[in-house]
Design a protein around this ligand. Sequence first.
Ligand code: GDP
Length: 310
Amino acid sequence: MADLKVTCLAGGVGAARFLQGLVRVVSREDVTVVVNTGDDIELYGLHVSPDLDIVSYTLAGIVDEEKGWGVKDDTFSCLGMLKNLGCESWFNLGDKDLATHIYRTHLLEEGFSLSEVTAKICRSLGLEETILPMTNDRFETRILTDKGEMHFQEYMVKRGMRDRVLGVRFEGVEQAKPAPEALNAILEASGIIVCPSNPIVSIGTILSVRGIREALKKTRAKIVAISPIIAGTVVKGPAEKLMKGLGMEVSAFSVADLYKDFLDVFILDTADKKQKPRVEALGIKAIVVDTLMKTMEDKIRLAKVALSCL
Ligand code: GDP
């Protein structure tokens, strides 16, 4: 695997856990991750990029492993004070985590792009991987529900996914350009991995950015995806509710179907092995393995399977 340059498409927690395994079998400097920014939100005047932070904190080894997000052993004094001051405090921002958002916002205000800011943060965290936002432009995932339209974080965190999903809208998608290095990372990779992430609001957002899907169709790199659906349901998060709300069948097959115009290989869980012929009927090679990542050994094993497909 000496000169393998791997580009990954990623959301938050599911992707970050997979990447922990990947960087133990591929040199860190040969890994580029294109990350969803549709979840980004402005809070207290600060630019918060949840998926970028989950991926960088995880790869830097400072993530709160139990939650999958935030910095381990963080405190919440600032949030407590904001609450005392009468501010909304539904989005859990730890004190150390807030430092990242303050730094990011400060640099954005100085005129740096989100790509440049992300590179600076990664360098400070000692990361050798390249982490890229999918776009430097404003892009916001909006969820249409029976209680009205709202920001994705409002649907998921503030309202705990309790509203009925009627649709999903990507605000800014017409104008958003891919981050400059993202297209190159796809076109020049020797292999591409679509991480086990939400197919609608993590991978779906990345694919909606102008030119990204075309680059995936054009690249000569082999492309493998790992199913985020196990036994016909999600491990965690809103993917099932969103897929249902969009009138989709919730299955590994449905995910493969969303990626069928560029995908070479789809890794689905042993619990979904019955879906294999349906996936193969899409013209995609299907590999059946255990995909649940509980331990580091699980993550490394899954990374090795994905790499063997490239
Ligand atoms: P989020 O933005 O933090 O929700 O994270 P992602 O978009 O990266 O991932 C969420 C998806 O990852 C969900 O659909 C989960 O079902 C899936 N996922 C989480 N853990 C695992 C795992 O261990 N194995 C597999 N195959 N999928 C997982």
